[in-house]
Each structure stands twice: as structure tokens, then as C-alpha cells.
Ligand binder design. Structure first.
Ligand SMILES: CCCCCCCCCCCCCCCC(=O)SCCNC(=O)CCNC(=O)[C@H](O)C(C)(C)COP(=O)(O)OP(=O)(O)OC[C@H]1O[C@@H](n2cnc3c(N)ncnc32)[C@H](O)[C@@H]1OP(=O)(O)O
Length: 184
């Protein structure tokens, strides 16, 4: 992965130990919001990613490139692929059991991805430094050990729930997230 210093954990930053309330190994992870473009089942044209964690530390999901995702004819749009990477990384910070938002997302496109391809996505945390979470993801063609088509490195920033109240609609999240303390 070609990544900048901004998405490289500083010396000493380690992946965190599993949060006691985070989804355990083998769990599926629910959508964080039904209208989310990446994971919301209620989004009419979204990516509808469904994630799981095999080990409590990484997250996996599949994304099949469809007609609606084209850039060049019969090939996936790079921005759609970046969205899939952002989403699977966003699902992996779910394991930290704190709200985070994307601060920076870097993407390497290694292979073209034709319509009809299923990308096997995987994301993991490489280190935490204060409010900053350093994360990586990859998308492999056709199988979990298939050729890597897309790689991403990201910096996510921890926010509090006020972020969503001030700038968005916290009530809409809270209505779907009884497992998360809105006013801790
Ligand atoms: C389990 C329960 C779940 C509950 C459920 C909740 C809902 C969970 C929804 C999740 C959804 C996910 C979906 C997919 C992920 C999105 O797509 S999130 C949407 C896209 N992202 C955004 O909208 C974020 C927009 N940006 C912002 O709001 C603000 O810039 C931020 C990121 C909150 C940072 O602002 P701030 O809090 O004022 O912090 P600030 O002091 O500026 O920065 C803190 C540190 O980070 C660094 N930093 C900030 N931005 C950057 C950057 N772009 N590059 C490099 N460094 C940066 C700063 O330099 C600073 O570093 P230090 O000085 O501490 O060393």
C-alpha cells in the first residue's frame, strides 16, 4: 500500500485490545443507519454491505459491482470502490465501540473491476493514537484470497455523539441504536 504519513500510525501506536462490549468473533455487524449509502438496507440504490467479524479485530464483507456502479463501460467507478472501502473501514471502527468519522481516505487501484465481480472486502485497525484511528482495507476479486484490486488506508477521527446532533440527525441514529449510549 502506498500510503502517506497522515495514514501511517506514529511509532508506538498499537491496535487496541478488543472492547468488552464490541461484537465478538463470529458476529455479524448490523447497519449503523438504515439509509446509509454503504450499509443501509433501506437505501434504494446503496451498496447494501453486510459485514461480519471473523475474529473480533477484522471486518469482512462482499460487494458485487452492478450496473449502477459503472464508470467506464462495464467497469466499476473508482469513487464507488472508494465508497466501499470507506464503508468497510467504517464498519471496522465499530469494533472499537466509539463513534468515528473519516478524516482522510487514500485508495490504490491495482486492477480494473468489471461489472458482475464480487469484491471480498476486509478492513482492520493498525493503530490508535488519541482520537486518531489508523486503518487499512483491501478488496480482492472473486474470493477472499483472490487478486487484490483495491487497497485503502484511512485516518478516522473519534467524535462524540454531539457531532451527529449538531451537524446531522442524532435522533435518527438513536432510533436504530439502542445498543449505543447517546448520552453517556
Ligand atoms: C458502535 C456504535 C456506533 C454508533 C453509530 C454512530 C454513527 C456512526 C456513523 C458512522 C458513519 C460511517 C460512514 C463511513 C465513514 C464516513 O463516511 S464519515 C463521513 C465523512 N467524514 C466527515 O464528514 C468528517 C468531516 N470532518 C469533521 O467533522 C472534522 O474535520 C473532524 C474529522 C471531526 C475533525 O475535527 P475536530 O474534531 O475539530 O478535530 P481536529 O482538532 O481538527 O483534529 C483532530 C486531530 O486529527 C487530525 N486530523 C483531522 N482531520 C484530518 C485529516 N483530514 N487528515 C489528517 N489529519 C486530520 C488533526 O490534525 C488533529 O491532529 P492532532 O492535532 O490531534 O495531532
Amino acid at each position: 500500500m502506498t500510503r502517506s504519513s497522515l495514514t501511517t500510525p506514529p511509532p508506538g501506536a498499537q491496535p487496541p485490545p478488543a472492547h468488552p462490549d464490541a461484537p465478538s468473533a463470529g458476529s455479524t455487524l448490523g447497519s449503523h443507519y438504515s439509509k446509509c449509502f454503504g450499509c443501509g438496507a433501506g437505501h434504494p440504490t446503496g451498496l447494501h454491505l453486510k459485514a461480519r467479524t471473523p475474529d473480533g479485530a477484522t471486518v469482512e464483507a462482499e460487494f458485487t459491482v452492478g450496473e449502477a456502479h459503472q464508470g467506464a463501460p462495464r467497469l466499476a467507478h473508482g469513487g464507488v470502490l472508494a465508497t466501499a472501502m470507506d464503508e468497510v473501514i467504517g464498519m471496522s471502527v465499530y469494533l472499537l465501540h466509539k463513534p468515528y468519522v473519516t478524516g482522510r481516505l487514500e485508495t490504490d487501484y491495482l486492477l480494473p473491476v468489471p461489472v458482475g465481480t464480487t469484491l471480498h472486502l476486509r478492513a482492520w485497525c493498525t493503530g490508535i493514537d488519541g482520537r486518531k484511528a489508523y486503518l487499512e482495507a483491501e478488496g480482492r476479486i472473486g474470493a477472499p484470497d483472490g487478486p487484490v484490486a483495491v487497497r485503502a488506508a484511512a485516518l478516522f477521527i473519534e467524535v462524540n455523539m454531539e457531532h451527529f446532533a449538531k451537524h446531522g440527525d442524532l435522533a435518527a441514529i438513536a432510533a436504530e441504536h439502542q445498543d449505543y449510549e447517546v448520552n453517556p
